[in-house]
Design a protein around this ligand. Structure first.
Ligand code: XMP
Length: 319
């Protein structure tokens, strides 16, 4: 009988057989469930011969790095390399406003950083990826040129360039099965039920030009959205919920003064597979709390709007 427990045993045994007694493996950790579960399975199989690389590209949400990496460091004895590449990414993105250009830059910069880090580890033979079964059967699942990023996420091209062999412990699993394996491995709900977060991160949610200041405004607004979703059961009911910073300023009033500040949009969607989606009918009280808190607590935002578009014809992300 196929169970999650027997999956873990079989998978660990297969990985050990494939990698052998001495093989060194690198894998990119993104903080998402797939790469985390792939890493933990390999960690069981080969221990410290697995080298995890976490790249901080400066485009992560508030607390993301601390939460996921902090948890993994506290509970698992992983060989973890964290790379601070914020300045590199933000430098290359300076002045760039086109969404696909942003994706391209983030994609190649990620590969550059990852490759440099991986090369510093001696005798690496394998690259591990958290590829799932649906990715195997349908290797291009994102709209248009962002397929490039899909492969960035899975560091496509890298195995050939670095002459690495691929190991994909999750390649027979669907998402719900990965969640079951994650629970079996002792991962907490905040990792198991984490909303998907795109590879290009907040870069495609700061519409238009990305600056450290605009990123920080979005990060604070988004943290409030996350807190309010977690405070109700909407986080779990929803596919994704986040804030978007618009390249528009609007007039407001505070006390006796006129303000002229940023506009923030709330994107809260339900979906089963991200191919289609609808805006989530979140109760007005929750929306009101998000809006009031963002306007009162986030310096630089004086207006919040709600995105009520379905996919298609809109997409989930704004860029
Ligand atoms: P859209 O915006 O196309 O998004 O409706 C569908 C799902 O894909 C995610 N997404 C991305 N993920 N790199 C990623 O890794 C990307 O470039 C990218 N663009 C969109 C989006 O968050 C949603 O879950």
């Amino acid at each position: 009988k196929w169970t999650m427990g027997s999956f873990i045993e079989t998978c660990v045994a297969e990985m050990q057989a494939k990698i052998g007694e001495t093989g060194q493996v690198v894998c990119g950790l993104s903080g998402g469930i797939d790469s985390t579960v792939a890493a933990l399975l390999l960690h069981r199989a080969i221990g410290k011969r697995l080298h995890c690389i976490f790249v901080d590209n400066g485009l992560l949400r508030a607390g993301e790095r601390e939460e996921v990496i902090g948890f993994l460091t506290a509970h698992f004895d992983l060989n973890l390399h964290t790379v601070d590449a914020q300045d590199l990414f933000l430098g290359k993105l300076a002045g760039v406003t086109d969404p696909e250009q942003k994706r391209k830059i983030i994609g190649y910069t990620f590969i550059e950083v990852f490759e440099r880090e991986a090369k510093a580890i001696s005798n690496v033979e394998f690259l591990a990826q958290g590829t799932l079964y649906p990715d195997v059967i349908e290797s291009v699942s994102f709209r248009g040129p962002s397929a490039v990023i899909k492969s960035h996420h899975n560091v496509g091209g890298l195995p050939d360039r670095m002459q690495l062999k691929l190991v994909e412990p999750l390649r027979e699993l669907f998402k719900d099965e990965v969640r079951k394996v994650a629970a079996q491995l002792g991962l907490p709900d905040f990792i198991i039920w984490r909303h998907p977060f795109p590879g290009p991160g907040l870069a495609i949610r700061v519409i238009g030009e990305i600056t450290a200041e605009r990123l920080e405004i979005l990060r604070q607004a988004d943290a409030i959205v996350q807190q309010e979703l977690h405070a109700s059961d909407w986080y779990r009911k929803m596919w994704q919920g986040f804030a978007v910073l618009l390249p528009v300023k609007s007039v407001g009033v505070m006390g006796d003064d006129r303000t002229y500040e940023h506009v923030c949009a709330l994107r809260l969607v339900e979906s089963v597979d991200a191919m289609t989606a609808d805006w989530a009918r979140v109760p007005p009280e929750i929306l009101a709390r998000m809006s009031n808190r963002i306007i009162n607590e986030v310096k630089g935002v004086n207006r919040v709007v709600l995105d009520i578009s379905s996919k298609p014809p809109a997409t989930i992300e704004w860029e």
